[in-house]
Design a protein around this ligand. Structure first.
Ligand SMILES: *Cc1c(COP(=O)(O)O)cnc(C)c1O
Length: 388
């Protein structure tokens, strides 16, 4: 049986610079009394990885600092974080309002899963505080928004919604994935709960699937954490470790990607055959003033654009830029291109897509950190190929 005895960790008087990965599922306690003390919160310690582990806590603390939050938790995906908030805070008979351009799976959760559990939902345009107000009911408990919508990059009336949520006594929840705490720190501006898909810009390398959630009210934070632990929405230690490494360069990646996005948006707008370019940092953006006020110098790394034509032109464009990954995600170090009609918005009818301005010629770019000239040339060639 000696082969199954675990070795002792080699001793070193000097300390490792890097955070270790701790994959242990379980932790040994000294005695039943010691364990009791731990469960009662008199002593601090881990017991079982689903309940919490060092790599998740270390990562959560890093994101807490960025968001100016306290006691945030890391979950196994962004959707685990969204689910933990909705299911941890709402009960049968409650009503929740979601922005009508939320992330696709969040919409699905609101429209299909919550109603099955007796929680009523409404969707409304979060750029228009009156539309959200009109959806309020006496039993409304929560408003869930994203500040920048996908893929049309419209800006929610965040300040207006903070006021509305306070007046109505409902929780305001912000999925801050697109904007990141470098542009907006929702909890400091009046939101009650902030959510992230850490998978995207924060981890930044498309190799870890993770989420994060923090609530201002400790009682609500406990409800969310309990639900996450019970349902097993826990993150993997290795993914947390990868995300920690990614976060160390988050500022630099974001600054570079955003500078690239700004320059790329301007050059796209000059191309023949370009119908429109959507970038919150451009004066021709429909919510430019709100973007300037809310995002300041940080309009982000997402740029959407629309070319003339249908699916044939869209195929030609993608095929003409093989060096840019055509992949339905965002926030990678490298630039990725996505096409709403065939991915995020494929479930909608062409008419429903047209109603929100999404045609076959509509693309979203998640701009990465490559040399910007390379991106500008790549897209110039691709847009030209779609016209040929
Ligand atoms: C990707 C994404 C999610 C879901 O995150 P996962 O980590 O993929 O589960 C939620 N909200 C937004 C805005 C996203 O972009």
């Amino acid at each position: 049986m000696t082969h199954s005895k675990r070795p002792d960790w080699p001793h070193s008087v000097s300390q490792a610079l890097v955070t270790p990965i701790q994959p242990s599922v379980v932790y040994r306690a000294g005695s039943p009394d010691d364990l009791d003390a731990q469960y009662d919160g008199q002593t601090q310690g881990f017991t079982y990885a689903r309940e919490g582990h060092p790599n998740a806590v270390a990562l959560a603390q890093m994101i807490d600092r960025l968001e100016e939050a306290q006691g945030g938790i890391v979950t196994g995906s962004g959707m685990a974080a969204v689910s933990a908030v909705l299911m941890g805070c709402l009960s049968r008979g409650d009503h929740v309002i979601g922005g009508d351009q939320l992330y696709g799976r969040s919409l699905r959760l609101l429209q299909q899963d919550l109603p099955r559990l007796g929680i009523d939902t409404s969707l409304a345009d979060s750029t228009d505080v009156e539309a959200i107000r009109a959806a309020l009911r006496p039993e409304t408990r929560m408003i869930l928004i994203e500040i920048v919508s996908n893929p049309t990059l419209r800006l929610a009336d965040f300040q207006g919604l903070v006021t509305l949520a306070r007046e109505a006594g409902v929780l305001l929840v912000v999925d801050n994935t697109f904007t990141t705490p470098l542009a907006v720190k929702p909890l400091t501006m009046g939101a009650d709960i902030v959510i992230h898909s850490v998978t995207k810009l924060m981890a930044g390398h498309s190799d870890a699937t993770l989420g994060y959630v923090a609530a201002k009210d400790p009682a609500i934070a406990t409800q969310i954490n309990d639900l996450a632990v019970t349902m097993g929405l826990t993150a993997s230690p290795f993914d947390c470790w990868l995300a920690e490494r990614g976060l160390l360069s988050f500022n630099l990646r974001f600054e570079r990607a955003q500078a690239n996005a700004r320059a790329l948006a301007d050059s796209l707008a000059e191309l023949p055959g370009m119908k429109r370019v959507i970038y919150p940092g451009r004066p021709d953006h429909p919510d430019h003033n709100r973007a300037a006020q809310l995002l300041g110098e940080n309009p982000g790394n997402l740029v959407s654009f629309e070319i003339e034509g249908g699916r044939d032109q869209a195929n030609a464009l993608v095929r003409a830029c093989p060096q840019i990954a055509f992949a339905p995600t965002l926030g990678d170090v490298a630039t990725t291109l996505s096409h709403a009609a065939s991915s995020s918005h494929r479930a909608l009818s062409p008419q429903a897509r047209a109603d929100i301005g999404i045609t076959e010629g509509f693309f979203r770019i998640s701009v990465g950190i490559e040399p910007v000239e390379q991106l500008q040339q790549g897209f110039a060639d691709a847009v030209a190929a779609a016209r040929a």
